[in-house]
Design a protein around this ligand. Sequence first.
Ligand code: GLU
Length: 281
Amino acid sequence: MKLRKVTAASAAVLALALSATACGGDDKDASGGSGSSGGEKIKIGIKYDQPGIGLKEPDGSFSGFDVDVATYVAKQLGYDADQIEFVETKSADRENALARGDVKFIVASYSINDERKQKVDFAGPYLLAHQDLLVKADADIAKGADLNGKNLCSVTGSTSAQNVKDKIAPKANLREYSGYSECVAGLQSGAVDALTTDDSILAGFAAQDKYKGQFKLVGEKLSNENYGIGVKKGDTATVDKINTALEKMVSDGSWEKAVDANFGPANYENEPAPKIGVVVK
Ligand code: GLU
């Protein structure tokens, strides 16, 4: 028998796709924002610039843990991968995108918190990450407080930027950009001394070929970031369906496969799968 050579990552993604196909749901739902499409497409919000989490590749395809979670959940809701239309939802745009109905749901490193719960509903959590710092490999920044007086980058509308102002380093010069790739460029050029956000995101950047050896994660667990899937406020039917899908993704092994495929190359040591409905404070 002739075997096609596949990388570990693509084999895992293939396995994920096959297992998703094997147990696809059939309750086709109305798509978010597409109105007359008759439920044929579903719009899902993701990040476009977070390697390992949500990334739009140069060829127009998408990769990352959130992309795999979104694809699995969509399948359970009755949508094949080719019926998904991914839409970029930057950190500061997520609540509005859901309120406007631009997307049916958002899988975009979206931490569940009380402030956001006023505006949107969350399914999950499906991943527990922690806020950390990314600095140049030779930098002597070892903890959050070392950032006071330093230039620190984070993204507008993120919990990371808020935490810096409120507790981690109130005297840091916080530069808020609209995306993480801008912060990484600033770190490389020396415009900022550190970038702070979830360790899951930072590990993905640090492992990119173009940055290999240049940066290090400090290793501080500055917060608990419980990633949820954001849904329009009041759409409890979709929350329930997504929660059922997430439980299945864990129990059939697809969650672990997606973790290995996406975080393995970045050497990111993830926390175990969270329990649905249990947010770690
Ligand atoms: N998980 C954090 C948040 O939801 C930071 C990552 C992001 O900006 O998406 O704000």
